[in-house]
Every structure is written in structure tokens, then in C-alpha cells.
Design a protein around this ligand. Sequence first.
Ligand code: NAP
Length: 294
Amino acid sequence: MTFYHLGLLGYPLGHSYSPLLHQAGLNSMHLAGKYELFSIPPSTEENLPLRHLLARLRSGELDGLNITIPYKTTILPYIDELTPVAKASGAVNAILVRDGRLVGANFDCQAFLDDLKLQLKQAGRCDLGIMGGRRAAVLGAGGAARAVIAGLLAEGWEIKVAARRVGQACELVEAFSSPHLVPSSLDGLENLRRDGIDLLVNATPLGMHPEICGCAWPGSLPLPPHVFVYDLVYNPRETALLGRARQAGLAAVNGLGMLARQAAMSQEAWTGKLPDWQEMYDALVSERVDIRRG
Ligand code: NAP
């Protein structure tokens, strides 16, 4: 019986639910395997631990890797080829090996879109499921923001991307080169609020364990009326941003659904079998995850 050696590259990884999630996926397919955490600090010099890990993948010792913060874009120079979605996003969240070549894929994009559609439906916001005329603000301009933006652009959204480093937002906008995507500074959020937004996506780690008081939307600024809030952060489940949204009577969700879906898509790419993402999601939800546990 094949035994799958899978894992996650990132730093730090103390908050990761991925081993639990992937074990549930493997179990749902009756496959044997283990999912390890490879916590490797980023380094501007030759990153030998990273190179060694990728060599293990290329040699077949590992069957697949997920990529998370802070490697989603910085891993690109180490990859032999990209799937079309990873290319469009300029970010990778999974690596597969095909004929000894490392292939960078991005399942965050489809996972986000699939989950967003379900969440909008469940919140009775099907008006936002219709193409055209919908306005989104994405906070953060890193790897996850790129995946979210690639997906939203493909679905016809008008997007403003706001980052603390405006240069990073401008670089992202330039890379997508779309008339439907414009950069903003965090200072510009007030204007953005005044103009109206239908969807607010937090794609920064603000609010993530252990700094759970962080909130990507400024504390002094009320949230836009009627906005649907999607926080990619999932630990804690109720982030400061989600708490504010609920207090303001707004529909708001965390990133657990997206997390489960991208994990299921990764496993399908590595094993050729599709796990039950709902079982993976349920494993996360039924686990009494304590934010102090990390
Ligand atoms: P990343 O590539 O490092 O990008 C993070 C972005 O947030 C960058 O624009 C960064 O700006 C900004 N940022 C970081 N700290 C900030 C702060 N204190 N104030 C304002 N902006 C800040 O990370 P990522 O991979 O995109 O991940 C972002 C978050 O999304 C993480 O919490 C991750 O866990 C979550 N995520 C969830 C899912 C899911 O399935 N639910 C999937 C992917 C990611 P600087 O470059 O200036 O630091």
C-alpha cells in the first residue's frame, strides 16, 4: 500500500491545523500517510534547509508539499514550472512533482472562490453572486491576496487592494495589469468606505494567533454598511475583525472553509483521488481548538 509523505513549508507554523486536516483527508480516502510541518525561517542568504527539503521532494522521498506564509511568492525561483492559476496569481500554495520537475500550483484561488460562493448563498447575499458591478476591497498584498484577487478578477469584481506598503500594492496591481484592479493605501480606506464596498477580504495575518487583538480594518473607522466580510485568518475562529463585523450586524466568515478546500484540492493533485473536503472541514470544526494551544 502506498504511504504518502506530505507536508507544509512555512514559518512560523505553531498555529497550523494542517496535520489534523490532511489526516482527515487521507482517512476519508482510506489512504495511509503522514503530514509533517517543515518550519524553516526565511533567509536572504542561500537557504540550505529549504533547498534540502525541495531536493527530498524532487527525489520522491516526499510526495507533496503545501506552501504557506512567508514562502508563497518567494518560493517561485525554486520551482521548475507553474500551473496557469499559479502563474496568474504569481503565488504558489502547493508543489507537485511531475517527471522529476517541481510544479507550483495555487489552490487558494479556487478554494476561496468556491467557499465565497457558498458563504454568500448561506448569508442570503446571492445578489453578490451575479457578474458585474460588485466592488471588493482586499487588505494585504502578499501571496494569499494575489490568489484572492486572481479569483475575484476572473469573476468580474472591481477591486481595490490596500496594503501598509503602497509600493507592494502597486507592484501587485502592475503584475495583474487589469483596469478592474487599483491600489490604495491604508489611509485611503475612509474614501473606500464612503464610495461603498460589497465585499471586504482580510488577506493579512492581522488578528491571527497569538496576536489576536490585531484588526486589519482601522479601529477608528466603522466598517462599510452592508459589506460582507471574509477573513482569511482562521485561528482564532472569531477574529477581532469578525467580532466587529458581527457587532455591526454584518455577515462575516473566517477562512476555515477555504483552508479545507485548498487542502482537499492539494491531496487530489498528489494522490489522484479526491478526498471529502466536508469531512476535512468537520474535523477542524469538531476539534476543540484552543487559541492558546497554537
Ligand atoms: P504574506 O505573503 O506574508 O502576505 C501578508 C500581507 O499582509 C502582506 O501584504 C503584508 O505586508 C501584510 N501584513 C503583514 N503584517 C501586517 C501588519 N501588521 N499590518 C498590515 N499589513 C500586514 O502572507 P499570506 O500567505 O498572503 O497570508 C496572509 C494571511 O492569510 C495569513 O494569516 C494566512 O494564514 C492567511 N491565509 C489563509 C488561507 C486559508 O485557506 N484560509 C490561505 C492563505 C492564507 P508586509 O509585506 O509589509 O509585511
